[in-house]
Design a protein around this ligand. Structure first.
Ligand code: MRU
Length: 350
């Protein structure tokens, strides 16, 4: 591992620059900090699909930037042709990952704005400026979430987090890790326990890397040590992100979140979720949310090393659902929703 990687605080996970999309290539972390540069929306779609960029808010903004590239790529001569080219690109971008609602949210927002343009030039300008604004707003929203969440944490707390809901899962600052950052910025001393997050280790590759880089006291545990950590008094609180929250307060997040929440309930440890309103899906029912199933090779090996017999059957869901009764609060930019969630979530939108 290369300890010399230095991330400048103004660095963004995904960015629009000179009519190109620049991203941190997250599959290379923590060993190398590599940036990729795209000028074709198909490349952005591939980056979302292959987890070069991942995390619900980051893929929402990436989808929007993908449409920014699509308007530049289009050779349309009429407004209708341009909208149809955009629709085509939107469908390709949307098909990349099914669970995080932010992707569909970002694409829909851009499509709606595009339809208000009166000319090709105006549509191009509107799409690109709206996508750039979404990226800037993502950081502001994360900071507001941090401000709302920080009072829930105490001086000297050790906070467990799962997967990566940090700067690397957003444009910058993070959702769950944004709350942890804001808690420290409010003058409290906190420690963090990051779960490894098998199979593809966003916890060890990304969260541990990101927090260590920012000087946090962070310890890494295997996913199998969540029960040990909680039953031995090593954890005071938990905060995780979310890929989709439905109006009943059911939270869809990285596989293993449900286990962490269940274990937290068992030990009387508050379990918080931090997510922007763009992650809340008021339309879909919990039972209709599609859980992405990923390839077996993520489970039958670690990196290039094979750790399972040939031809073994694998079940590899990327996300699971945590029911509202296990959740102490949902931290958003508009405030903290608590049980009964159906009422408190609705209030956030008013
Ligand atoms: O498969 P990933 O890495 O995209 O999954 C990410 C997560 O599950 C995060 O916890 C979630 O998107 C919240 S990110 C702010």
């Amino acid at each position: 591992m290369n300890d010399k990687i230095v991330i400048n605080s103004s660095l963004r996970t995904v960015e629009w620059k000179d009519n190109k999309v620049i991203m941190i290539e997250q599959t290379k972390l923590p060993n190398e900090l590599v940036f990729v540069e795209y000028d074709d929306f198909n490349q952005v779609a591939n980056a979302i699909k292959t987890l070069i960029v991942r995390g619900a808010p980051a893929i929402g903004v990436s989808g929007a930037f993908g449409l920014g590239l699509a308007v530049l790529q289009s050779k349309a001569q009429t407004k209708d042709q341009l909208l149809s080219d955009l629709e085509y690109a939107k469908n390709i971008l949307f098909a990349t990952r099914p669970t995080a609602v932010n992707l569909g949210w970002g694409l829909k927002k851009i499509m709606n704005v595009a339809k208000t343009g009166n000319s090709i030039e105006e549509i191009k300008e509107l799409v690109i400026s709206t996508a750039k604004k979404m990226a800037d707003e993502d950081i502001e929203i994360n900071k507001l979430m941090g401000k709302n969440g920080a009072p829930l944490f105490d001086d000297n707390d050790t906070i467990m987090t799962h997967c990566n809901a940090g700067a690397l899962a957003t444009v910058a600052y993070g959702t769950a890790l944004g709350v942890i950052r804001a808690t420290r910025e409010s003058g409290k001393n906190v420690k963090v326990i990051a779960t490894e997050t098998r199979p593809i280790q966003q916890g060890s590759r990304l969260t541990a890397f990101e927090l260590k880089h920012d000087g946090f006291d962070v310890s890494l545990v295997p996913d199998t040590a969540v029960g040990y950590s909680m039953s031995n008094g090593l954890v005071n609180k938990v905060v995780v992100g979310a890929d989709r929250i439905v109006k009943t307060g059911h939270v869809f997040n990285k596989i293993g979140t449900y286990q962490v929440a269940t274990m937290a309930k068992q030990h009387g440890i508050p379990f918080y979720v931090a997510a922007p309103l763009s992650t809340i899906d008021m339309e879909t029912k919990a039972e209709d949310v599609i859980i992405e199933m990923r390839k077996g090779s993520e489970v039958t090996g670690i990196g290039e090393n094979k750790t399972a017999p040939d031809d073994i059957n694998v079940i590899n869901p990327a996300f699971d659902m945590t029911p509202p009764e296990l959740i102490s609060g949902i931290i958003t930019e508009k405030g903290v929703a608590t049980a009964p969630f159906e009422e408190s979530i609705e209030k956030l939108f008013k």
